[in-house]
Design a protein around this ligand. Structure first.
Ligand code: ADP
Length: 169
């Protein structure tokens, strides 16, 4: 399976860091795209040392959004949420690197931009929970589920980043 090949490749590339090297699903929501924040958002992950291995722009269907957010189906804001994201377009991405899921949440901030520290994406660029610019998976298990939902195996690009040895010791 593609995932097994990927894991093998990671173990070669990152030596003793392999156990912690994982992937995360990050999505720039329609407000982030409309407000011209794609570049700064991508830069924040890049400059930290994370590696982009998948990226596409799409207009998400209600079907994929209902699956993506299925854990929130009972929430009163669910319909509004699906409507917000389905306006599209979004930028769906997969980022790879050490501890990327937990660190991704730190880069993004809290769910509510008003609770998010300055220096985080939501803390710097947002005001409302229903316009919070970006999605990032909240656990390794949901990252894997979401990557499989949004990307086909051949849409993930395995490439060698030549600065890896200057990012990881
Ligand atoms: P996160 O995106 O930080 O993981 P959740 O999974 O709890 O947060 O919620 C998913 C998304 O639903 C949020 O990013 C936000 O866009 C929206 N949302 C969450 N809570 C509310 C709310 N109270 N009102 C409107 N939208 C909300």
């Amino acid at each position: 399976k593609a995932l097994a090949i990927k894991k093998l490749w990671q173990s070669k590339s990152f030596g003793n860091r392999k156990a912690l090297t994982i992937e995360n699903f990050i999505m720039i929501k329609p407000d982030g795209v409309q407000r011209g924040l794609c570049g700064v958002i991508i830069k924040r992950f890049e400059r930290k040392g994370y590696k982009l291995i998948g990226l596409k722009m799409l207009n998400p269907t209600e079907e994929i959004l209902k699956e993506h957010y299925k854990d929130l189906a009972d929430k009163p804001f669910f319909k509004k949420l699906v409507n917000y994201i389905s306006q599209g377009p979004v930028i769906a991405m997969v980022w790879e690197g050490v501890d990327i899921v937990k660190q991704g949440r730190r880069i993004i901030g809290e769910t509510n931009p008003l609770d998010s520290a300055v220096g985080t994406i939501r803390g710097d660029f947002g005001l409302e929970v229903g316009r919070n610019i970006i999605h990032g998976s909240d656990s390794v298990a949901s990252a894997n589920r979401e990557i499989n939902l949004w990307f086909k195996a051949d849409e993930l690009i395995q490439w060698k980043n030549h600065s890896t040895e200057w990012i990881y010791e």
